[in-house]
Design a protein. Structure first.
Length: 202
């Protein structure tokens, strides 16, 4: 199976070579593995133009974005994207009340494949963007996970990328679920920000 590959472009990166049903995750984390502060806000210290460009390009190439109630990408094409939003407040699957391109999904009441079928795209390429309760659901299914790191940022007591962080490092968790790291890409040399693509071992 051909997995997503990273192609370096001048000042940019692109994700290519997806097959049907490809699932990939995107996250940028602090040195201590946090996505956001304790009050669920992504601070400016975790926002970098190069990472934003890579993230947006990646989501532009998937069929559906999956996230929790507090995770939004706020990009140019966000309103046009189909999405599945995780919630515990419904029995299984429901149409989103304010977004005709979205579904509410409770994984306790329906499988993810059922949610994709309900959205009308059973073989969709999927981009998972968090938070931790969403990221962890797909650890056995990711074809790729693109992990960006801001090494000089600490968010003590913040919201982790996976529930086990900081007891375990994000990289350790990815490796324990069969994902293998490839070469790091420098996104912001001045700030030391890098992105490592993790891919499913064949």
């Amino acid at each position: 199976m051909a997995l997503g590959s990273i192609v370096g472009l001048p000042g940019d990166l692109a994700v290519t070579d997806r097959q049907k049903g490809h699932i990939e995750g995107y996250a940028i984390v602090s040195e201590d593995g946090m996505l956001a502060t304790a009050d669920l806000v992504m601070p400016d210290s975790l926002k970098f133009d190069a990472d934003r460009r890579f993230f947006e390009q990646g989501l532009d190439g998937v069929d559906v974005v999956v996230h929790g109630r507090h995770s939004l990408e706020e990009q140019t094409h966000s309103a046009s994207r189909r999405r599945i939003v995780l919630t515990r407040g419904i029995p299984s699957i429901e149409r989103h009340s304010s977004n005709e391109r979205a579904l509410w999904w409770n994984p306790a009441g329906a499988s993810f494949d059922e949610a994709l079928t309900a959205l009308g795209i059973p073989e969709a390429n999927v981009g998972v963007i968090g938070g931790p309760d969403v990221f962890v659901l797909f650890l056995e299914r990711y074809n790729a996970f693109y992990l960006s790191r801001a090494p000089h940022v600490l968010l003590h007591g913040g919201r982790p990328v996976f529930p086990e962080v900081p007891a375990r490092r994000p990289e350790e968790i990815l490796a324990s679920h069969g994902l293998v790291p490839f070469a790091a890409h420098v996104l912001d040399a001045a700030k030391g920000v890098t992105m490592v693509p993790w891919r499913r071992a064949r």
